[in-house]
Unconditional design. Structure first.
Length: 160
């Protein structure tokens, strides 16, 4: 995929994450609140990650910008500020090069390949506290997703 296609997809994930927070609520100091489903910025990105590996890529770009976990957890920050950032921010070729170096496309390819190998499923299970058996891994991987005509999509972006 060309740089333009990758950056468009990654930027779309930010928009989906904003919608997810709008619909499910925002939290601090945890990626996902098990009681009511509220998520932090990076939790929303992870749940709206139909291309395995993209959540990791986005998190690295956001960390380089100072807009990941530490920013999300700052006292006084509001859900509106987080959603506004996700709605307005773009991820560009320049961001990927600054984060991963001049061979950033190879990093994108490797992250997506490793994601397809199940990293996101195991990470999701770990965060949800699920026992790491095959059924739980599969369930954790699909948590936050719905099956559509062309594959899985973040629930926040699926028409009901």
């Amino acid at each position: 995929m060309t740089g333009q296609g990758v950056t468009t997809e990654l930027t779309e994930r930010l928009r989906h994450a904003a919608t997810y927070i709008d619909e499910h609520g925002w939290t601090q100091a945890t990626e996902r609140d098990a009681d009511d489903g509220r998520v932090c910025l990076t939790g929303a990105v992870r749940l709206c990650d139909p291309q395995p590996g993209d959540a990791w890529l986005i998190r690295q770009v956001l960390r380089r910008r100072g807009r990941a976990e530490a920013w999300n957890d700052q006292p006084g920050l509001s859900a509106g500020e987080v959603v506004g950032y996700l709605q307005d921010a773009d991820i560009t070729d320049g961001d990927l090069a600054a984060t991963f170096g001049p061979d950033w496309q190879r990093v994108v390819d490797a992250a997506r390949a490793s994601g397809r190998a199940g990293w996101n499923a195991m990470y999701g299970a770990y965060l949800s506290g699920a026992y790491l058996s095959g059924a739980y891994l599969y369930g954790a991987f699909l948590d936050g997703w719905e099956r559509g005509p062309t594959g899985y999509a973040c629930r926040a972006t699926t028409a009901t």
